[in-house]
Design a protein around this ligand. Sequence first.
Ligand SMILES: *[C@@H]1O[C@H](CO)[C@@H](O)[C@H](O)[C@H]1NC(C)=O
Ligand SMILES: *[C@@H]1O[C@H](CO)[C@@H](O)[C@H](O)[C@H]1NC(C)=O
Ligand SMILES: *[C@@H]1O[C@H](CO)[C@@H](O)[C@H](O)[C@H]1NC(C)=O
Ligand SMILES: *[C@@H]1O[C@H](CO)[C@@H](O)[C@H](O)[C@H]1NC(C)=O
Ligand SMILES: *[C@@H]1O[C@H](CO)[C@@H](O)[C@H](O)[C@H]1NC(C)=O
Ligand SMILES: *[C@@H]1O[C@H](CO)[C@@H](O)[C@H](O)[C@H]1NC(C)=O
Ligand SMILES: *[C@@H]1O[C@H](CO)[C@@H](O)[C@H](O)[C@H]1NC(C)=O
Length: 625
Amino acid sequence: MRVFTLLSLGLAAVAHARPALPDSFTYNATSFLLNGEPYQIIGGQMDPQRVPWQYWKQRLAMARAMGLNTIFSYIYWNQIEDQPGQYMTHESNNIYAYVQEAHQAGLQVVLRVGPYICGEHEWGGFPAWLNNIDNMTVRSNNPQFLDRTQSWLNWLADWLRPMMISNGGPIIMVQIENEYGFYGDDHSYTDALSAQFHASFVGSGVVFYTNDGGSQSALQAGAIPNVLAEIDGSTPLSSFQGRSSYLNASSQGPNLDGEYYITWLDQWDPYTAHQSDVNNPQAIATAQSTLQSTVNSGDSFSIYMFNGGTNFGFQSGSDYGNGTEPITTSYDYGAPLDESGRPNDIYHALRQTLGQYSPHLPDVPRVEPMISIPPIDIKPSFHLFDGLPTPHKMESPTNMEALGQWYGFTLYRTTANASYSGFLQPGVAAKDRVIVYVNGVRQGVFDSRYPNNAQQNVSVTLNSGDVLDLLNENMGRVNFGSDIPYQTKGVFGDVTVGGSILTGWEVYTLPLASGMAEPCDARKPTNISSSSSPIFYTGTFDLSTVSDTWLELPGWTKGVIWVNGNNLGRYWTIGPQQSYYLPGVWMQKKHNVIQILNLEPTGQEGTVSGVTDRSWFNRPDPDAP
Ligand SMILES: *[C@@H]1O[C@H](CO)[C@@H](O)[C@H](O)[C@H]1NC(C)=O
Ligand SMILES: *[C@@H]1O[C@H](CO)[C@@H](O)[C@H](O)[C@H]1NC(C)=O
Ligand SMILES: *[C@@H]1O[C@H](CO)[C@@H](O)[C@H](O)[C@H]1NC(C)=O
Ligand SMILES: *[C@@H]1O[C@H](CO)[C@@H](O)[C@H](O)[C@H]1NC(C)=O
Ligand SMILES: *[C@@H]1O[C@H](CO)[C@@H](O)[C@H](O)[C@H]1NC(C)=O
Ligand SMILES: *[C@@H]1O[C@H](CO)[C@@H](O)[C@H](O)[C@H]1NC(C)=O
Ligand SMILES: *[C@@H]1O[C@H](CO)[C@@H](O)[C@H](O)[C@H]1NC(C)=O
């Protein structure tokens, strides 16, 4: 009952903000205080940059209707500052508009701005161009790094200033770094970063905090003097207990589990099933009772994720363990609001639990039903290698960032002028995926999910005049892991065959942001087989009703899908993802154009269609060593 009262006060303060006085958000040893009244954060996370902006409103309304009072969001630096000093704020990068939508939905906002955010996002949110700055060491007390974080934070804070709590906006808290205690313990770095946040956000009235794993070592390494230190994880009550004993007084304060996990993320893998508690009442009951006890103890939490969304484009990251562990296109995360913004049984169960603490719980908004699309007439259209741009010429290969390319594919081509035979070494390492061709005929694949696996070696024979192609796919820079050897992509260092160094390269950058236009003199692909080079397929379709769908491509091995120029992300037969989210807002009734880059054609491709229910399962990796 105490909790009910505290929370209703908090929400009342949101609904009837007194315009005459500046709003305030502070805390004492046990409570967050919104305009001086206790405020318990019943939060959940949704990242605006993983959701088509047209759907923000509906998904935020869903958050409010599940009983949440606060939305937590990561900001992806790399997508906004795409080039140094140039800020792209259109569409899903328009964080200002997103925060306004959250305010209108009756939610407070906690921004998790990193600049390193992990989030299974491309390089944890770092722009790829950081690789091009001399002496750059990210996440460290490095002058070059801190110079870039300072200009980014200044720009971001200036942009969002009207949305801050002291200006009557909904932003109450801003997180510094992310789980730094899992990465390092250089307090000179976190102190310097903290000083930047305090300077950039001065006068905004937000509470700064850090978020770390609940262990003693993680908390002590990640905590910053005079900054509230919070934990994350699935066992908030025991982590809160530890937290109070591990931290110095100046980092103590009310308890917040900044990432309560219901389940977990998905990585591309032929053996691991999709992580979800959907249709698992027992597991859902555990989440309900954990969150209920957290609220009843007067503590705060944020469900990670409330709505995970989608890694559209080439924005998914990769974990790093024994090799790379790239993240699926779907960031569904087994969340209560699924990838497409539709509530599942977890949502309804949590609404029952959390709704009792919310005095004016809105009804669950209606969502348009998904649509199905009958098999689309899609045909092989042209070979990727027939649409190549003007190459960069160089003696030995260099990484894609050095060529001003951040994402996508890079093709490295050389013509032999003598005979070579033996194992191919594709530069200092086979990074992510390298598909090897001789005279356009596929020879094999290196995949850094299988590191140092001798069986994966590709051996080639080249005669004078033969053309060797190495097609490198950037599968996402690493967001989490230790001893990460490189954050640069592409092939670099010596390429050898049988120990001999090949020189004289033509390098083609293929960012493929919105697909590829059909070249005028393209040969129609024929006799498609598993030795074919990559092929673009094209088709068109009409709809009677425009709404969201799941695209399925049974029998297609690996590639990328675009619809009307929107990059839906990568598909890969190994799973567990087998259905790809196609938002209705990216389609119209007449003449929708679908383009698919089929990286590994087989000639056995099945039909492409839209379905209303997703499937998740695994298939063997045809390229496994
Ligand atoms: C924090 O503020 C709340 C609300 O005013 C109050 O009930 C509580 O006793 C305070 N805690 C401490 C430790 O001062
Ligand atoms: C290069 O980085 C190191 C550590 O990150 C720093 O100590 C050093 O001052 C930097 N050098 C220059 C020339 O900025
Ligand atoms: C906590 O205090 C101790 C003793 O003053 C100090 O050595 C340590 O660096 C502090 N830790 C943090 C994270 O502030
Ligand atoms: C790496 O491989 C070893 C041996 O197979 C295994 O025990 C370990 O769990 C793996 N580590 C990761 C991070 O996958
Ligand atoms: C595979 O290639 C690596 C690097 O070129 C080489 O060291 C290794 O001996 C090769 N494996 C086999 C089985 O030859
Ligand atoms: C072929 O010979 C030329 C001239 O010596 C050299 O520049 C080029 O790099 C060589 N190509 C390869 C693949 O080694
Ligand atoms: C078709 O491809 C197969 C396998 O690459 C090859 O053996 C055959 O000669 C090709 N046929 C034609 C007509 O190109």
